[in-house]
Design a protein around this ligand. Structure first.
Ligand code: SAH
Length: 348
């Protein structure tokens, strides 16, 4: 167990609070700007790395504050190049983040909560109790860690970020939004919003909130079934956020942002592999401009769920594509190290 530091976490301070601190201690206000840059843009983990501050000033900061960076405790590499990080937080809790390399991209898949409260039947993370939300800096640090790994192990920059790790990003909305602000800011990592995707189980109220906030990143919805009865039987969220409400929220999203949505969809044998389900998906895809990612199922130890046949996959592909819906098959990555979609469960 790592002990939590009792000093104030300096990254919880806003830029003007930091400025006030320096002024109160008889220092020049511009010091705040320098420290802010060290903390976010350069993401240092120690006050001694702030080399443009005097030793005395560094001591002053050490007396009052701590920096609580995440620690990548264990790194596993898949045969396909995927890297999974076990990330230890300041209070000893653990989340996972993943680096996914392809020919053109390097994507960071990051967590937004410790555990998850949503109870989707097919997902391993759902078996972990939701312990708490991740803070802004804990989300940010995961991206920094993967960015460093991209440069070290692949000699390439990080190109994309997906909020598809543990947890439901829209149930930790404020922190996810602030982390994205820092990730996209020139004072932070200066990454483009259009390279960032937030994936939700379909929390309709929060999809509307995102639309009102005019966010610039991409939206993905884990749909998995476009028939209420089936969706409710595998994703309990559908009981309180049924498909008609989801459709309304998506219309609102499109009206406010003009951005399309990506549906994530796994096809399981005997659950949603019929033509009726494929047609329901096609109908749902017409609500607003959309595309579909058919995700390969990553088995977790629940016999109820089995990957559908190749024939069902092709049936879906053909139906959607022949009606103009862009559809991609997303092959599983990192499955040998339990790093694939739905497998993040803090297993050793
Ligand atoms: N809570 C958010 C973020 C998690 S994203 C959301 O639900 O969108 C993780 C993605 O992996 C989701 O689309 C989820 O439905 C999918 N998934 C979960 N378990 C899976 C499994 N066993 N195989 C393949 N995909 C899975």
């Amino acid at each position: 167990m790592v002990m939590a530091d009792t000093k104030r976490d300096i990254r919880k301070l806003k830029a003007d609070e930091l400025r006030q601190f320096f002024v109160q201690h008889g220092e020049k206000p511009f010091r705040a700007q320098q420290v802010y840059e060290w903390l976010w843009n350069k993401a240092v983990k120690d006050f001694d790395q702030m080399t443009n501050l005097s030793v005395n000033l560094r001591e002053l900061l050490k007396q009052h504050f701590s920096i609580n960076p995440i620690k990548v405790d264990r790194m596993q590499r898949s045969a396909d190049g995927t890297i999974k990080n076990a990330v230890v937080l300041y209070d000893g809790l653990v989340v996972e983040s993943v680096l996914i390399p392809t020919e053109k991209r390097i994507t960071a898949c990051v967590s937004s909560q410790v555990g998850c409260s949503l109870a989707c039947n097919f997902c391993a993370t759902a078996r972990l109790k939701r312990m708490r939300n991740l803070s802004v800096d804990e989300i940010y640090d995961q991206v920094v860690a993967v960015k460093e790994q991209a440069e070290t192990f692949f000699g390439r920059p990080l190109t994309n970020i997906v909020f598809m790790g543990m947890g439901e990003p829209l149930l930790n909305y404020a922190n996810v939004i602030s982390a994205i602000e820092k990730i996209t800011s020139p004072k932070g990592l200066n990454m483009a919003s259009k390279r960032i995707t937030v994936s939700t189980v379909g929390v309709t109220k929060m999809i509307k909130k995102m639309a009102d906030d005019q966010v610039k990143f991409n939206l993905a919805v884990s749909l998995h079934a476009a028939i209420d009865e089936t969706r409710s039987s595998i994703m309990p969220i559908n009981e309180t956020n049924p498909l008609s409400d989801l459709a309304d929220a998506l219309r609102y999203w499109y009206q406010k942002t003009g951005k399309k949505v990506t549906y994530e969809y796994v096809i399981w044998k005997g659950i949603n592999d019929s033509e009726e389900h494929a047609k329901a998906l096609l109908k749902f895809c017409r609500i607003i401009p959309s595309k579909v990612n058919l995700i390969e199922y990553n088995p977790i130890d629940d016999g109820r769920f089995q990957q559908a046949s190749e024939a069902s996959l092709q049936m879906y592909m053909h139906l959607l594509e022949s009606h103009g819906i862009t559809t991609r098959i997303r092959k599983s990555r990192g499955r040998d190290i339990d790093a694939a979609c739905g497998q993040l469960a803090n297993k050793a």
